[in-house]
Design a binder for this molecule. Structure first.
Ligand SMILES: Nc1ncnc2c1ncn2[C@@H]1O[C@H](COP(=O)(O)OP(=O)(O)O)[C@@H](O)[C@H]1O
Ligand SMILES: [Mg+2]
Length: 157
């Protein structure tokens, strides 16, 4: 089991009222399984992802990632788990402007001490970025037509 939610609750305060977003959400995801989360805008998809990614804490319930209960970890151990066991593709690119494309791609792996140059080259080739590796994000021509990776097309909404 790689991810498990048990009766997770999360609300946000909106002025004087409290908006319940996740109400007793429970599910399990085994290794190799894929889960697509659907719902209209504002239904809580991002909130659920942020909790699963250890970026936000639930108000109640428990969340296990790789067998560890996130709600019982301190900040340091949660940060370590984010580095080693969690990958998030954000709605915005969240690129680091002071790093070139190559360094942006390898940044997370570098933090973990596991940079695999061949893997980075393969990913970059698949994305059509091999000619752009030394450029900085603001001057990169991001392919939009042939294989289409516009920011607005990215999965999470
Ligand atoms: N940090 C926040 N503070 C206050 N309200 C929030 C916050 N994040 C999300 N919400 C509210 O929670 C609800 C669910 O939002 P969200 O998880 O972003 O939905 P979705 O990703 O499905 O569009 C919305 O009503 C949104 O306004
Ligand atoms: Mg969203």
């Amino acid at each position: 089991m790689v991810l498990r939610f048990e009766e997770v609750r999360k609300s946000f305060r909106d002025g004087d009222s409290v908006v319940p977003v996740l109400q007793d959400v429970s599910f399990e995801l085994e290794a190799g399984q894929t889960l697509a989360l659907r719902g209209e805008s504002g239904s809580g998809k991002s909130t659920l992802l942020h909790i699963a990614g250890a970026l936000e804490a639930p108000d109640a319930g428990h969340v296990w990632v790789s067998g560890q209960d996130l709600t019982r970890l301190n900040d340091n151990r949660r940060a370590r788990l984010r580095r080693t066991d969690i990958a998030l593709v954000f709605q915005q690119f969240n690129l680091i402007p002071s790093l070139n494309v190559e360094a942006n791609i390898s940044f997370h792996a570098a933090l973990s001490g596991h940079v695999d140059l061949l893997h980075i080259e393969q990913i970059s080739a698949a994305l059509g970025l091999l000619g752009q590796m030394k450029k900085y994000p603001e001057i990169v021509w991001w392919p939009t037509t042939t294989r289409g990776y516009r920011e607005s097309d990215c999965g999470q909404t």
